[in-house]
Design a protein around this ligand. Sequence first.
Ligand code: AP5
Length: 213
Amino acid sequence: MRKIIVMFGPPGIGKGTIGAILSKERKTPLISVGDLLRDGVKNQSDTGKKAENYMKKGELVPDSLVFELLTERISKDDTDNGFIIDGFPRNEQQAVMLENVFINEDTIFVLNLEGSDNVIIERLSNRRICEKCGAIYHLINIPPKKEGICDICGGNLIQRVDDTPQVIKKRLNVFKNDTKPVLDFYKKKGWLYSIFAEGKVPETLKQIYEIIY
Ligand code: AP5
């Protein structure tokens, strides 16, 4: 039986941070669509070139591009015992697509991380990521041991191009208009769990453990 965890929630609420911890603990791959796209942009793959402009503006990348990336990633052997998915689905078409990946024996948890816009804006403004391995830091709450350097791989910490006030505002609007309606779909299925995610990481994790274990 596979356990599939869908990290759902607005930009900057902590999906990637919590997803990475769960992935390490459960020895289950974390599939971050945002990271897959950013890798494509970095390597200037065909998909990356097509996605770059949408991402810079905080808009959703066209479904066809994202489907292709995701299908390829999910087909790898390491997902046989389940996986954690971050940043997907973002609209109803994507929710339908994900449905096709599930099998009857799967147990699905859609973890809806909730928090206010103020918390999100604060988190995104102080976020830094490793340009080499993608590890996520926060200048105040989760700082690296050495300023500007990744604890894990020694890479440089940078600010994401979409973490500017204008693009954050756009991403929040896209979430409210396109992504949030998907919650109804999951509520009807009985897979939806709400998590209060404004607290410290252990507080968020505690609520999740009560659901998934
Ligand atoms: P994506 O990379 O998925 O970005 P996002 O959804 O906007 O989410 P973020 O990565 O910004 O935030 P997060 O919730 O993971 O927060 P994090 O853990 O980093 O997508 C980027 C773009 O790619 C999209 O805009 C779109 O263009 C495209 N895209 C992606 N998926 C797509 C799809 N399916 N379809 C179409 N287009 C797609 O945490 C944020 C900060 O807070 C960090 O600094 C962290 O250290 C800190 N923090 C986290 N938790 C806590 C805590 N509990 N306490 C204190 N600080 C915390």
